[in-house]
Design a protein around this ligand. Structure first.
Ligand code: NAD
Length: 266
């Protein structure tokens, strides 16, 4: 394949949780633009290796995979060390790994609370604190945190997720202030419903709970929150990431971009 224009040539991007869903679409778009990519996330070794080699060959960039469990600080350190050693550090950091668990707060298992806070929030603190020194040396960097509409408003039964996503918007603004006079920016994207495995599970649970079809559950989920009645596409989130990586976005600092089919307009 002939690649005509690659705007991120020779940059290195780390996308956490990029073996599936939104992270995978972002990783592919960054590779398409010429960035070397570090993949991360869970999954079977075979399909992950196929994905890694496919991206490498298709876009003529270096693609490596690191299996760090983003709930574990020492594993995050080893991921960031590998980025320094093998790819001269992380220029573009996409904090995307995330999980969900749905339950009323009085029944919420404390271990699920801890896991969600660790993966959806603390992991970004660790990647950011470890990536920033290298970005400061180059006086260039892009940090994009994949938050959620739940970073700005709540829904019942999602206490940990809502707390973590509100938290990551606070972290985004703080990092943006601490880097405000540099070439490093830090912003967040707040998607509404995106049809990924994370949401498919919620659709299946809703269908089971209410004894309705999969199609009915899908529609119910959208009707409840998302006025467009359409899912946001992962590829469109990847395009927004790309925009935030560009020069024109250099003075977007500490911002949140909502991509939610009107969820937050209500
Ligand atoms: P997904 O389940 O398709 O992908 C999640 C990714 O994170 C996978 O690659 C998974 O392996 C990885 N992951 C999970 N736990 C991990 C861990 N401990 N260590 C390393 N990797 C881990 O989900 P998605 O919908 O693509 O979600 C991606 C991000 O987008 C999440 O932060 C999520 O909160 C956010 N988000 C999703 C939606 C949506 O509707 N799908 C909406 C708003 C925000």
């Amino acid at each position: 394949m002939v690649i005509t224009e690659q705007t991120l040539k020779n940059k290195t991007s780390l996308v956490t949780g990029s073996t599936s869903g939104i992270g995978l679409a972002i990783a592919e778009e960054l590779a398409r633009q010429g960035s070397h990519v570090i993949l991360n996330g869970f999954g079977e070794a075979g399909p992950i290796e196929s994905l890694r080699s496919k991206l490498e060959e298709k876009y003529n960039v270096k693609v490596v995979y690191h299996p760090a469990d983003m709930s574990k600080a020492p594993e995050i350190s080893s991921l960031m060390e590998m980025a320094d050693k093998e790819l001269s550090g992380v220029d573009i950091l996409i904090n995307n790994a995330g999980i969900q668990y749905v339950s009323p707060v009085d029944d919420f298992p404390p271990e699920k609370w801890d896991a969600i806070l660790a993966i959806n929030l603390s992991s970004a603190f660790h990647t950011i604190r470890l990536a920033l020194p290298g970005m400061r040396k180059k006086n260039w960097g892009r940090i994009v945190n994949i938050a959620s509409a739940h970073g700005l408003v709540a829904s019942a039964n999602k206490s940990a997720y809502v707390a973590a996503k509100h938290g990551i918007l606070g972290l985004t603004k703080t990092v943006a202030l601490e880097t405000a006079t540099t070439g490093i920016t830090c912003n967040a994207i707040c998607p509404g419903w995106v049809l990924t495995p994370l949401v498919e599970k919620q659709i299946a649970d809703l269908a089971n709970r209410e004894k309705i079809s999969h199609a009915q559950a899908k529609e119910k989920l959208l009707r409840e929150k998302q006025p467009s009645l359409e899912f946001v596409k992962s590829e469109h989130i990847a395009q927004t990431v790309l925009f935030l990586c560009g020069e024109a976005a250099g003075q977007i600092r500490g911002g949140t971009i909502n991509m939610d089919g009107g969820w937050l307009a209500q």
